[in-house]
Ligand binder design. Structure first.
Ligand SMILES: [Fe+2]
Ligand SMILES: [Fe+2]
Length: 265
């Protein structure tokens, strides 16, 4: 079992990066499942049904989200019906959508996918640790391959979640900060861990947004409208290889590519 997870796809530039690189990555890694974080896929803010469809057609099996889940109102039209898309599980009960799902690929293999969100420097939602424990109680009896996207700002909260889930899930990867960390490892009890996968989108803005507006905001503190940057892309992902007997991790590899340095190994 091998899983390719692509970090926060940002706007049209990020979608172009995925379209450009995915055929090559499929060939190189032969992933059993392809996952993406899609919270910024629609111009940096949320995701639409059309964009989700476009990703599924390229071979994406599952989509996770984050604090930008609700930014594009189209989400309310389809999230309840999309079995392959999840939003953070620790939103209050009754929130549209779901926080975990079981994906099935063409050859019948199953992968449980979980999305939780940190609450340090993010909206104060339910406890991600308790929420994930509740989900694992449900999943553990039937599933050995469990992949967790922990969408969080604070490095400490993400590392803590890694330790909390070590030995209980296949992998815990962080999303949200849009900058890839180089601390990938397999924790002592067998869970693959990475603090942040990084963003797939424009490289020369600020976290995906056009940089002049962000600079103006920092310098003046006046209200400024941010727009998605339209420049060249960067691509960030992670590949996790799992043991077929235990479901735990054997290998974790980072992927980082730039439009300006198209290198295909
Ligand atoms: Fe993001
Ligand atoms: Fe986010």
């Amino acid at each position: 079992m091998r899983i390719l997870f692509i970090g926060d796809i940002f706007g049209g530039v990020g979608r172009k990066a995925v379209k450009t690189l995915l055929p090559d990555l499929k060939k190189k890694f032969d992933p059993t499942f392809i996952l993406v974080n899609g919270e910024n896929a629609a111009g940096g803010r949320g995701i639409t049904a059309a964009i989700a469809k476009e990703l599924y057609e390229q071979g994406v099996h599952g989509i996770t989200l984050g604090n930008h889940t609700w930014d594009n109102k189209d989400i309310f039209n389809f999230i309840d019906d999309d079995e392959r898309m999840i939003r953070p599980a620790n939103y209050p009960p009754g929130t549209p959508g779901k926080g975990f799902t079981v994906l099935r690929n063409a050859s019948g293999k199953e992968l449980a996918l979980v999305n939780v969100m940190g609450r340090t420097f993010l909206p104060p939602i339910d406890c991600p640790f308790q929420t994930v424990d509740g989900i694992l109680d449900k999943l553990k009896k039937k599933h050995k391959y469990i992949f967790v996207d922990f969408h969080a700002e604070a490095t400490s909260e993400k590392i803590a979640m890694g330790w909390h889930l070590d030995g209980k899930v296949s992998a815990v990867v962080g999303t949200h900060t849009h900058v890839q960390t180089n601390d990938e490892r397999i924790l002592p009890k067998g869970t693959a861990y990475l603090t942040d996968v990084g963003m797939t989108g424009p490289r020369d803005g600020v976290l995906g947004m056009e940089r002049e507006a962000v600079l103006q905001k920092f310098k003046t503190q006046l209200p400024v409208r941010f727009t998605a940057d339209e420049g060249k892309w960067q691509f960030h992902a992670v590949v996790v290889t799992l043991d077929n007997d235990t479901g735990l991790a054997k290998k974790i590899e980072l992927i980082r590519r730039f439009e300006t340095e198209m290198i295909f190994e």
